[in-house]
Design a protein around this ligand. Sequence first.
Ligand code: PLP
Length: 359
Amino acid sequence: MTLYFDHNATTSILPKVQDAMLTAMNNPLNPSSVHSFGRHAKALIEEARNRIASMMGVNLRKDGYNLVFTASATEANNLVAVSRPKILASSTEHISILKHAVDILRVNGDGLVDIQKLEDWLKLNPGASSLVSIMFANNETGVIQPVKEIAALVHKYEALIHSDCVQAPGKIPCNLLDLDVDFASISAHKFGGPLGAAALIYKEQHQLFAQIIGGGQERSVRAGTENVPAIVGFGVATQHTNYQSSELRDMFEVGVMNTCSDAIIFGQNAPRLMNTSMVYMPNVLANLQVISFDMKGMAVSSGSACSSGKVKISHVLTAMGVESQIANCAIRFSFGHDNTHKDVVELIDAWRGIYRASL
Ligand code: PLP
């Protein structure tokens, strides 16, 4: 059996989510239909909508936010990005945001954004046509940005803020009302829900420009018949987001550093997700590490999941000023609710074995 240490890429669907989805699949459920099946479908997606918003600290009826369903967080990020002409994004954002940025905000060696540089940009670009996009937590290093502080600064200049919160649910509480962000993206498959269901949550006064035009679903912001079983699963997953402790991650990092004091754990001095560890193994290329772990029955990855399946140098580490020969030898380990103490003992043994074999 393969041990899975790649939970930031995706997680397996929780059994309760599977059950709810299978039940939903037993009916013909088009929420736009007027008959009883259609009304039932509509009720199911509205229940899911409220549950998802509530997980993110928002009451859709009272707090002035909308939630639009999309097929991925990539789509949700694109939906915000195409709706705003001028975007400043941090250099460690997901590629689905970075590709739209007109300006890039530097991060320091710990992966945290440069607040002074942000303010300099806002002074030159005040007002609601400017959007600042800063992720809540990085998918590769786990580094958590001070989004609340950033949002306050952005609003001081009357600009808007989007936060890619994809890596938060299931790992760390994330309350949009408290953060006071204008737009936030999340994705079901990162915390026990299915692939193909995601959402953009946004303050209702902001206009979004639809990328998919059609039958007027989702308030005409995102046309197309809703993926009801996946949305139901998304809603059920929100009921089982048990925040993890850092015990396994810490145990792993102690094991690594005891094996090799030249190893590097990136973002270690910043607040980090408690399940994520991006580690440099001296002189062993990332692709060789991924294959070696795979041969030992362990799934790890070298950072963000890339559709080509190739191991590429991490733009996140590059942005943090890490030299390419070091970044080339870094692997991300991301733990999840199904990992055990024993799994991590085996992982440390495997890390030690791969490292020692390279000497
Ligand atoms: N943003 C972050 C921080 C991610 O980690 C990911 C997925 O890797 C995405 C966006 C894209 O999410 P999706 O797979 O739903 O397109």
